[in-house]
Design a protein around this ligand. Structure first.
Ligand SMILES: [Zn+2]
Length: 158
């Protein structure tokens, strides 16, 4: 049996935390129980902390309010979900080293991530605007012969 939407009670909280434990995001998990994301965020906002929305929820927790307790349960549920996925990857890694390589590559991107070299070619190629300006400003005598042929003044008859 479902409770009234937006009604906060331990049962609804437990179900939401279970969804997070199974991998649902903190916006999807309350949605599955008919609770909108903003309401669920309010449920997790510390009652004792001064209003400081610049700090993430994790940095605004205390040990004496129910909202912080709910936030902690969600944090723990997220960690448990991640850990269960990591365990699955390890089990797969016993049969196929690629599973662990995949994990290593993502967990320690700096050390084991695929190396991609991106060459900055802007330095080696001339700026097209500068080339155009130089051509416009250059006296006809400084231009190579072939380029003189292609240049025509406006309203010239030939
Ligand atoms: Zn608190």
């Amino acid at each position: 049996m479902r409770t009234t939407p937006n009604k906060r009670c331990r049962e609804v909280e437990d179900r939401i935390v279970r969804h997070v434990r199974e991998g649902a995001s903190l916006s999807d998990a309350p949605c599955l129980e008919g609770i909108d994301e903003a309401t669920f965020r309010r449920w997790r906002k510390c009652r004792n902390a001064e209003d400081n929305d610049e700090l993430p929820l994790r940095d605004r927790r205390c040990w004496s309010c129910a909202n912080c307790a709910l936030q902690r349960r969600c944090d723990e549920a997220e960690c448990l979900f991640k850990q269960s996925c990591i365990r699955t990857i390890h089990r797969a890694g016993e049969r196929n080293w690629r599973a662990r390589a995949w994990l290593l590559e993502r967990r320690y991107r700096q050390e084991y991530g695929a190396m991609t070299v991106i060459e900055d070619v802007r330095e080696s190629q001339p700026d097209p605007t500068e080339v155009l300006l130089a051509a416009i400003c250059a006296p006809m005598s400084t231009l190579p012969k072939d380029e003189k042929k292609g240049l025509r003044l406006p309203n010239s008859s030939q």
